[in-house]
Design a protein around this ligand. Structure first.
Ligand code: ATP
Ligand code: MG
Length: 242
């Protein structure tokens, strides 16, 4: 495994609902250990992109390759077992189950040492294992959703609406951990994030989607240094994407 190995590639992907494309001609590569942020206004096609990357939505054209396999509808469970995990925007939490139940659900046989190392990343969860997930705060629920995903040692982790309903301070404390994880374990990470500056500060690259098209793509550091470009992309001025 080298840091340049591509774990996920979308080429010219168009996908959507019924006959209407919600994402058009999307090309994206994700490498081992890389953190990529998907930005863009509401309705831009971010969730649709993640669904297409997981084979949860058929592509109208183009192709997706994930962990060396062609992604197709009906293969999502197989893909997940191979190590591509999506944390959906509702976090996939069962309110009546405890935190420990969620860990048991995630892995048929919970590897204790793995659980310990995951809990080291989210120490707040240690005290909460017997608590019902529905009683956790928004931040704790997001930690649970991510911890659960990490338990199976994913090679690709996608988190939709990373910080939905979370205070910026919580986001700021969680995102660097995600970056460390990606680097230390070589996980390719895609996050959808509304807090642009915080997200860019932990990312390698970012793409801005607007009305279904990638209107801007660059190194996160370059975008961080020039917020006006990101802002313009949000408001629809289409910069040429190389
Ligand atoms: N199940 C669906 N059926 C029909 N249209 C849908 C469906 N889900 C999303 N859309 C439409 O597809 C477009 C892209 O939606 P998507 O959810 O991908 O946006 P998003 O970037 O994730 O937005 P948000 O930031 O609000 O989550 C929108 O116009 C939306 O109305
Ligand atoms: Mg969305």
């Amino acid at each position: 495994m080298t840091m340049t190995e591509v774990v996920l590639a979308a080429r010219g992907v168009t996908a959507g609902y019924g006959l209407a494309p919600a994402v058009r001609n999307l090309t994206l590569e994700l490498r081992v250990g890389e953190v990529v942020t998907l930005l863009g206004p509401n309705g831009a096609g971010k969730t649709t992109t993640l669904l297409a990357l997981m084979g949860l939505l058929p592509t109208m054209s183009g192709e997706v390759t994930s962990l060396g396999r062609a992604v197709k509808p009906g293969r999502t469970a197989k893909l997940a077992r191979a190590g591509a995990i999506l944390v959906p925007d509702d976090r996939g939490i069962f309110p009546d189950l405890t935190v420990a139940d969620h860990f048991r659900l995630a892995a048929a046989r919970v590897d204790r040492s793995r659980l310990e190392s995951v809990l080291d990343r989210f120490p707040a969860l240690r005290e909460l294992t017997m608590r019902r997930a529905g009683l956790l705060s928004g931040g704790e629920q997001q930690m649970l959703a991510i911890a659960k995903a990490l338990l199976v040692r994913p090679k690709i982790l996608m988190v939709d609406e990373m910080s939905l309903g979370l205070a910026p301070i919580i986001v700021q404390s969680m995102l660097p951990g995600i970056r460390d994880l990606a680097k230390e374990e070589g996980i390719g990470v895609i996050i959808v994030e509304q807090h642009v500056a915080i997200a860019l500060s932990v990312s390698d690259r970012a793409l801005v989607l607007n009305q279904g098209s990638v209107v801007l793509e660059d190194d996160a550091q370059a975008l961080l240094a020039d917020p006006g470009r990101v802002e313009a992309a949000y408001f629809g001025s289409h910069e040429e994407v190389a």
